[in-house]
Write a protein that binds this ligand. Structure first.
Ligand code: ADP
Ligand code: MG
Length: 373
């Protein structure tokens, strides 16, 4: 969204941190949220990422005040809000379904939260104009909602969510109804809008790439429990367990054996030389397909990289990258992915080819086996 010269007129007031402790919500015997602890920093863009049914919406609605948790605490800054009704929490909300008023114009939709708050007409008009500029809908204030495209409707919903300068903005899969191109464009725009407004933002998506693109930090949620909270970089490069490694990005997991003196092996490949563990645990090696490279076994320094050899079992061209599976001893399939530029000898791979793939030791990821960390 374009940057507005007068950020006061479109922007939020000071951001607030959110402190969540022991938040639990049951539906019958099922824990939709299971003792969730979460600190959302003032002004950050935090994304709840998890599969369908993992509890994302339940958590967001608890923050907004639309559902009543069975136990736990939610504080906005110093203020406990668990008993505060939604309209007094003063948070902005955006939903996948837009939830606009169809019988009102664009400007009337955006003005609605200002009317509720008794803001004078002149100031309302001025703030609505500024909000329209921020979401790149200048001049469209008089349009009917029906006359807008999906992307434009979602911009109106956004403008309505921040026009009253909430200190917290909550968004539940706001881009899911848009097609891929527009969705990717809006991801970048939303990120810029957040930078401009500086409002504490909790964003929900089930799309890992969207989460990686937009977030300061990502919370991975599964079965109502928070699995990992970290930056996109660390979530991808240092997944805490198999669930995170599998849900975010592509990966191959290979079982490791511990020799009792700090060495970890995959078959006869030495993976780690000084690994500290309690012996009761089993470990897996996680390999990101794009981190593998075609290797000449003799030319690779084994201090720096591990080399796996096998037979190409499957090979597919997918445009910007190609994807292949290499079978190791007919027992494990190693996924690998590489660029498709014309200079690349990797273009001429075929099923049945004998290949060696290198993995730099700095790209080694080791996780405990099983989904729990
Ligand atoms: P997500 O947004 O991650 O897809 P939800 O928070 O909507 O997941 O749902 C979490 C779990 O709680 C799911 O198993 C869902 O079926 C259940 N659930 C959500 N809302 C209700 C409800 N009103 N009544 C009963 N079960 C619900
Ligand atoms: Mg949901």
């Amino acid at each position: 969204m374009s940057s507005h010269p007068d950020s006061e007129s479109s922007g939020a007031s000071t951001a607030l941190p959110i402190h969540i402790q022991g938040l639990t919500k049951k539906y019958g015997q099922m824990f939709a949220l299971d003792s969730v602890d979460l600190e959302v920093k003032s002004g950050e863009f935090l994304t709840l990422l998890g599969p369908s049914g993992s509890g994302k919406t339940t958590l967001l609605m608890a923050i907004a005040g639309f559902n009543r948790p069975d136990a736990g605490s939610i504080r906005f800054g110093e203020t406990e809000v668990i008993l505060t009704p939604p309209h007094q929490r003063n948070v902005g909300m955006v939903f996948q379904s837009y939830a606009l008023f169809p019988h009102m114009s664009v400007a009337e939709n955006i003005a609605f939260p200002l009317k509720l708050r008794g803001i004078a007409a002149a100031e309302t008009a001025q703030r609505v104009e500024a909000a329209l500029t921020t979401v790149q809908l200048d001049g469209l204030g008089d349009r009917d909602i029906e006359q807008l495209s999906g992307g434009q409707r979602q911009r109106v919903a956004l403008a309505r969510a921040f026009v009253f300068r909430p200190r917290i903005l909550l968004m539940d899969e706001p881009l899911s109804a848009l097609d891929k191109k527009l969705r990717e464009q809006m991801q970048i725009e939303l990120k810029h809008l957040h930078e401009q407004l500086g409002v504490t933002t909790v964003y929900v998506t089930h799309d890992q790439r969207e989460a990686l693109t937009m977030s300061d930090r990502i919370v991975v949620i599964n079965h109502g429990k928070l699995t990992q909270i970290d930056t996109p970089h660390n979530i991808y490069n240092h997944p805490a367990n198999a669930f995170v490694a599998d849900f975010i990005g592509e990966s191959t997991m290979l079982p490791l054996e511990h020799d009792g003196s700090g060495k970890l092996f995959f078959q006869d490949h030495l993976v780690e030389t000084d690994f500290k563990t309690d012996a009761a645990r089993n470990w897996s090696l996680v390999i990101r397909p794009e981190r593998l490279f075609m290797a000449d076994k003799k030319a690779v320094d084994s201090e720096k990289a591990i080399v796996f050899s096998g037979v190409v079992r499957d090979f597919v061209f997918q445009g910007e990258t190609a994807f292949a599976l290499m079978s190791i001893n007919d027992k494990y399939d190693l996924a690998f992915r590489f660029g498709t530029d014309s200079s690349s000898s990797q273009n001429i791979l075929q099923a049945g080819d004998q290949v060696s793939l290198g993995l730099n030791r700095s790209d080694v990821i080791i996780i405990p086996q099983g989904d729990d960390s």
